[in-house]
Design a protein around this ligand. Sequence first.
Ligand SMILES: NC(=O)c1ccc[n+]([C@@H]2O[C@H](COP(=O)([O-])OP(=O)(O)OC[C@H]3O[C@@H](n4cnc5c(N)ncnc54)[C@H](O)[C@@H]3O)[C@@H](O)[C@H]2O)c1
Length: 348
Amino acid sequence: MAILVTGAAGFIGSNLVRHLLERWPDRRIVGYDLLTYAGHLSNLADVMDHPRHTFVRGDVADRESVAKVFAEHDIDGVMHLAAESHVDRSIVDPMAFVRTNVVGTTVLLQEAARAWEGREGVRFHHVSTDEVFGALGAEGRFDEHTAYGPNSPYSASKAASDHFVRAWHETYGLPVVVTNCTNNYGPYQFPEKLIPVVVTRALAGERVPVYGRGENVRDWLYVGDHCDALALVFEEGATGETYCIGGDAEATNLDLVGMVLDAVDGARGAAVGTSRELIEFVTDRPGHDFRYAMDIAKIRAELGWEPSVGLAEGLARTVDWYLSHREWMEEVQGDQHREFTDSWYGKR
Ligand SMILES: NC(=O)c1ccc[n+]([C@@H]2O[C@H](COP(=O)([O-])OP(=O)(O)OC[C@H]3O[C@@H](n4cnc5c(N)ncnc54)[C@H](O)[C@@H]3O)[C@@H](O)[C@H]2O)c1
């Protein structure tokens, strides 16, 4: 069996490729990625020469390139992660999100359906987010029956892609499965997302921006646990079904940032609490969803999955990883990234 992993050079994709190569000793993995500002081959350095791994540079929205990968590599499974993934960027450049997340997903669906006509044993797994459900108040959790209510251009584009996946199942009979997951963290996360932003800025002694008063709540999931859930759903999830995945680990942004800064202090041998002085409250993100939390009863009951890494342990592992991969941090942060961050936080 050959599995196409799109977005393979990104944060979750690169962790997933590594996980699958170990977990599935008789399957080939074909990584497919455009290598945008967020995708880096250094994320895959240790598996680039693996005998069952092939990397192809390509755009999910480019029909010819996608068709060629299906034909040349005899793909019989897709795990689709390629996306524009940063909410702040979606506020500044929404069309890039429509192109990759909506058009790209649809191109992939169309080419999978074409390549797999009359074929058994194939599967299209779409990896999506809890953000499609909108915002929660202080109580309650999202589950597979929650109505869609996306609020940012990013979440609207992911919601649209979820709907196209569903439509390809209902209309053309494509065997699909969808997962919606909470905030991930761990090694190889690009330093534009909250946790690596905090680590990189604390190490450089720069102010650590926190939106509003830091009261927004997220449910945090260690990326290794997410990869385990993805592989399980791909193998055992029921066709046409959605599974919600979460870490059962809610924290306000302010508490989380404090924990990360304390872990950085601890790892550097500084007095714990020193780096908290770097926190600076900045003007809130427009349309900032107040709270996300996931009810994971379905995946727990039907597939026996649960998160195994708690928040304190996961953060300690993550901070250690960033501290021992400083060249990686330097290498991946190109000019385009610096320009965006300077202008985004500069205005706040
Ligand atoms: N990170 C999270 O917390 C989280 C949570 C839930 C769901 N997700 C979903 O998981 C997936 C992966 O997220 P991530 O955090 O690893 O994102 P990421 O930004 O780190 O990686 C995305 C990858 O997609 C590639 N890509 C972008 N446009 C492309 C295109 N047109 N063609 C081919 N490749 C392209 C990029 O080069 C990059 O390597 C996304 O679909 C995201 O919506 C992420």
